[in-house]
Design a protein. Structure first.
Length: 299
């Protein structure tokens, strides 16, 4: 299977400025970002509350600070109660230099090639965290001043040369802080996690075929497992049953269509792979605490 097909099907930013800021309200009852992965680096600022961050099947409870997601790492995020977080997703190539100097050769290029990894987490109480926060807040400010909400990404994309230039400078400052403090990690293993890669294959299939009818046995076939073993494996890795994940993904796509289009609810139901309208409505209400029509109105 082509690895490109395994990645999250979303553009982060624009072709000319591949960087987007996502901000999540602190008053939502539950925050849940299902497992996904993308070629961009993700810098998450956990501002208020406790978060369960799962990276490459390693769940960790984290509080206030910065969490770094390296390129192509499978990750998920959950939290309940009053929480506040934001995430900056950017393509590292935007920070590269056309002139192949020593910085590009010994620093930027190894990060691009996944030979150097970002640290997993930096707390906000130490000096490094405080320094990063200064530059991160400046990035947020530039997005607030010149950013435009993008329906395609669901986040804020900075517009204007001045804003984009300042954001690039602040990102390079964050990289410089990490480098000056020796916090980049050299990847010496070179090994591939079989379980993570297996899950990626299944998630890829779901992303490509969610509009179609398929069953647990079809997903199990991808990994050459029997249905029962696959179901246990998937739930152990992802934390929910295979078809529960599929339904969540279909609901996610339905929400996008509710916001982006004027399609009828019945059309959306069929478009995202549900073949039963009442089941679609029931699952949607359980997930969003409102009907699809109400969701469209308040969005």
């Amino acid at each position: 299977m082509n690895n490109k097909a395994l990645k999250e099907q979303k553009n982060h930013g624009t072709a000319y400025f591949p960087c987007v800021l996502y901000e999540h309200d602190h008053n939502r009852i539950k925050l849940e970002v299902n497992h996904h992965w993308h070629k961009e680096v993700e810098l998450i600022y956990l501002e208020e509350g406790q978060f369960l961050v799962d990276i490459n099947m390693e769940p960790t409870w984290l509080e206030k600070g910065f969490c770094f997601i390296n390129q192509e790492e499978l990750h998920a995020l959950k939290a309940e109660g009053n929480v506040k977080e934001s995430a900056l997703v950017f393509n590292l190539e935007m920070l590269g230099f056309s002139m192949y100097d020593e910085v590009q050769a010994r620093f930027i290029q190894p990060i691009l090639e996944n030979k150097l990894h970002f640290p997993r987490f930096i707390g906000i109480k130490n000096m490094v965290g405080k320094e990063i926060l200064i530059h991160y807040e400046r990035i947020v400010q530039w997005h607030q001043q010149s950013g435009q909400f993008s329906i395609a990404t669901g986040g804020s994309v900075a517009e204007g040369l001045s804003a984009q230039l300042n954001i690039k400078v602040e990102l390079l400052n964050i990289l410089m802080i990490l480098q000056n403090n020796g916090l980049f990690l050299e990847d010496k293993s070179g090994s591939v996690d079989y379980k993570v890669e297996s899950i990626k294959k299944v998630l890829s299939y779901i992303e490509e075929h969610y509009k179609e009818a398929f069953y647990v046995k079809d997903l199990a076939t991808i990994l050459n497992m029997n249905e029962q073993y696959f179901s246990r494996f998937f739930k152990r890795m992802i934390g929910k049953a295979p078809m529960a994940y599929v339904n969540d993904y279909r609901l996610k796509m339905a929400k996008q269509l509710l916001i982006k289009t004027d399609m009828q609810i019945t059309e959306i139901c069929l478009e995202v792979g549900f073949n039963n309208m009442s089941n679609f409505i029931k699952l949607f209400k359980n997930k969003e605490n409102c009907s699809p029509i109400q969701y469209r109105k308040k969005s």
